[in-house]
Design a protein around this ligand. Structure first.
Ligand code: AMP
Ligand code: ZN
Length: 463
């Protein structure tokens, strides 16, 4: 049984897909006005972990992630830089694709851009107007009338009495207390410069929320399985998506709303506005590997806040090194006698998958994995593993890595040669051959690798 916390009902629920063994998944993508920070990547990595787990469990997944290239921020910044919207956003769209590849995030099957879906948005707004959910204002904007949609507020758990209905809000992002009629189509304003499209209501541009309703319906239909995003998306964005989609199509829209908690810095949300963010590029330039960043961001339950620290990156690097070291050791086993690990590996993988099925309990799953890793190191030290056992162990690591995505990665080849050198140095140190140990340390330094000896053994990072 697979269970997820469904924000819509505020409880952990059994997951069942609409079609047998098929999942249609929509995840809110980046707003391309700057480089994404690693807080954003916590969202995309949680979604990646979920997707990889569900694939492992045999589901065929269709994944759509939108690219928000029209909103208040992209328009404002493109004008500041005196560029067309497309020219301005292009750089950040490309950077985003590079970053997700670096982080070993599986690509979505479709990446629709808002600018490419204006006709579909206009069509949906027209349906809302025709059905009495949308109304136009004198300046040619269109708003969603939330008092006509009784279910409004169910996702974000809003109290309808406290919502200021009857007044209107035009900006893309706003606070819960301001829940009220929101904009579907914004009439052309001087501050939008040349960013406008023709519509039945005159020149203008879509609001942010309608983008996701139109694009998800286009690719996934009027009723699909899972919709994800960070908790900051619950209100107003997802609440408004539900209102628009359900009102326009009369269908259920989404069965499971799954939201990740934030990545924090000093207990505050990592965000551009607080200027407390790290981009992926910043951390890579500091010498941290993509796998280290990936592991740090996936290894805490998605529903828990995660405080970012450099110590966490160091700990992640150690964990990955340990998995890779085990892989290396298993690859060298050539004994005909010893334990074949058949039953152990079967039980461990079953346990891990079962634990992950409980709302993606990654810490529990990693706990089981590392207990097994410790046991196998113990057996290897006593030469008790047969080559069949080693093969079974390697298969387990490969299986688990289809979900974790940190062992067998592009940088692995470089990393394993570094690890071989480190292992040689460790042997030299044990044998008190300080000259050789120092030689190897210098050799590593020359290729930009800094070694640090800790009570748990050496760790390394790139300069
Ligand atoms: P944006 O580009 O601001 O639309 O955000 C893209 C995704 O990142 C959304 O799903 C946000 O909820 C998520 N997000 C933004 N900041 C954080 C953070 N500090 N921690 C986790 N997720 C975040
Ligand atoms: Zn969205």
């Amino acid at each position: 049984m697979i269970k997820f916390y469904n924000t819509l009902h505020r409880k952990v629920e059994e997951f069942t897909s609409i079609k047998d063994k098929e999942i249609r998944l929509y995840t809110c993508g980046p707003t391309v006005y700057d480089y994404a920070h690693i807080g954003n990547f916590r969202a995309y990595l949680f979604e990646d972990l979920m997707r990889r787990y569900l694939s492992f469990m045999g589901y065929k997944i269709t994944h759509v992630m939108n690219i928000t290239d029209i909103d208040d921020k992209t328009i404002r910044k493109s004008i500041e830089e005196k560029k067309t919207l497309t020219d301005f956003t292009k750089k950040y769209v490309e950077a985003f694709f590079e970053d997700i590849k670096t982080l070993n995030i599986l690509p979505a099957h479709h990446y629709p851009k808002a600018t490419e879906f204006i006709p579909q948005m206009i069509e949906m707004i027209q349906v809302l107007v025709d059905k009495g959910y949308g109304y136009t204002t004198d300046d040619g904007s269109v708003f969603f009338k939330i008092s006509n949609f009784p279910d409004y507020g169910k996702l974000a758990n809003l109290n309808p009495d406290e919502m200021r209905t009857g007044s209107r809000i035009e900006s893309d992002e706003y606070e819960k207390a301001e829940g009220r009629d929101f904009v579907l189509w914004k009439s052309r304003k001087p501050e939008d410069g040349e960013v406008y499209w023709d519509s039945p209501w005159g020149e203008g541009r879509p609001g942010w929320h309608i983008e996701c309703s139109a694009m998800s319906t286009h690719y996934l239909g009027t009723h699909f399985d899972i919709h994800c995003g960070g908790v900051d998306n619950i209100f107003p964005h997802h609440e408004n998506e539900i209102a628009q989609s359900c009102a326009a199509t009369g269908d259920k829209f989404v069965n499971y709303w799954i939201h990740n908690e934030h990545l924090l810095v000093d207990n505050k949300k990592m965000s551009k506005s607080l200027n407390n963010f790290h981009t992926l590029r910043d951390l890579l330039n500091k010498g941290y590997s993509p796998e280290t960043i990936r592991y740090t961001l996936i290894s805490t339950l998605y529903r828990q806040k995660l405080n970012f620290t450099f110590e966490k990156l160091e700990a992640s690097q150690k964990a990955i090194n340990r998995l890779r070291e085990l892989k290396r050791r298993l690859e060298t086993v050539s004994s005909n006698s010893g334990i074949d690990l058949q039953n152990e590996c079967k039980t461990v993988i079953e346990n891990i998958m079962k634990i992950l099925g409980d709302d993606l309990n990654i810490s529990g799953a990693l706990g089981v994995l590392f207990t097994w890793v410790g046991d196998v190191f113990g057996l290897l030290d006593q030469n008790k593993v047969s080559s069949t056992g080693a093969q079974n162990g390697l298969e387990l690591l490969d299986k688990i890595d289809t979900i974790l995505g940190v062992i067998n990665t592009q940088s692995h080849d470089i990393d394993s040669s570094i690890e071989v050198l480190i292992a040689k140095r460790e042997t030299a140190r044990k044998e008190k051959d300080w000259v050789l140990a120092d030689e190897i340390r210098n050799q590593l330094l020359e290729i930009g690798i800094i070694l640090e000896d800790t009570p748990d053994g050496p760790i390394w990072k790139k300069k």
